[in-house]
Design a protein around this ligand. Sequence first.
Ligand code: HEC
Length: 443
Amino acid sequence: MKKISIYLSLIFTLTSCTPENQSITDSSETFLISPGKDTLITTKEGVEISISEFSFKSEEKEIELHIKTALDKTSMIKEGLITLTTDNQLLDSDGMIYIQSNPPTPINPQYPLKIRIPQLRIASDMKLFKGVEMEGQIHWQELGALNNNLKEKITLGQELYKENCTACHSENLRAALIGPPLGNVTLHRDSAFLYSYTRNAVKLIQDGHPLALCLFDLYNRQLMSPFPDLTKQDISAIYTFLESESRKQGIGIGEIPYIDSCYQDSGKIFFTDKNGKVISSRDTIRSTWTTTTTSIITTTTTPSTSQITRPSSSVKRIMKFYEFDIKGYGWYNVDLYLGTNSTIIENPKITIKSEPESKVTAYVVFKNRNVIIPLIHNAQEQVYYFSNGQLKDSIEFPIGIEMKIMAEGKLGDQHFYGSLDIVSQRSDNHYTLTLQPGDSIKK
Ligand code: HEC
């Protein structure tokens, strides 16, 4: 019994406000809606809520909708949100939204509110969850599939990728093989380029396409085989799969470097990213193109030394949307389950040193995923544990995950803060974190 009360009191300190008063905090946006009219709301973070004229049965002239959104880890932490299910499984979130109406107005279930959450990458196998308050903190319960129906296209894309591309491009999308890793490629190249490049990269090189030439130089003048039989739909499916897989594998937005152009100087070729930063260089120079033994290359483009190739057209990053319907109020969340690839590891023990008596709030966040796990205090052992292990010695957890422990102490008006980078491992998981005066868990 004692343990439970310790758990309860700590959980209360972890969350700044309960769901009842959450709609009144600063971060919420208020919209005035006239029932009986089709309305489209767009929040500051770009979440779209479309309301049918039949969604609200109400005599009121106007009703207020209070909405909060948290689309990335920083806003989730600011909002005091975590990413555990009601039975403490790990989730990786692509966006949370809270909706409440004032005065309380039921939603007509035949005309649900249609929610669209924007992200740069959309992954298959994302599910919709509803927030359930447990001991003062929101946990998540699965509601089911989203409206996005990508499964078939992504399965086709995956098959085509395995069949045609993995001889030269890695399956984990991070490693370079004969060809470059293709993680996040859709964030760096537009679909017109990807289409013509996949159909026939050799032709682009022959035609003197500046980016194709730079890629050719960077990858040791290996030629990528043309794929004349892949249709537009096939190619679109491959890149939809690559986008989804990049998100699912937790490849950080800036993790894989992409070149944007190249130039030669003093007998070397320099490859630059879209900010002009040199990310690689090679000793060979361009003028050997014409004398290359690869007979396919017949172009006579012979740039003089120091000539800078035109930068490729920069890619407009297009927002995609996760779509779902809601028939009730409260918190909703779009997530992947992270249970797969977990092993039994020692539940990490964390000693947090702060001013005695200071009230400590502590989380663990994953580096490249939107995963937030609160830490809970074990008063007997004087340590904190990952709360999804519920004070047990061992815990089911993926290994090799780069994480950050973040903790904040409060004593009156004084704040203490500390963070520590760790990597999950099977055993020997004891860490010590010393909090210093300061306040930055929410930054
Ligand atoms: C025979 C090996 C080979 C195969 C098979 C292959 N590629 Fe490539 N790919 C390369 C090489 C090598 C490069 C680097 C450019 C060069 O050297 O021409 C490349 C580059 C690329 C790039 C450019 C990356 C960037 O930074 O823009 C894309 C996109 C790409 N490949 C997609 C594919 C797809 C999709 C398939 C399957 C349909 C595929 N490749 C099959 C060898 C291959």
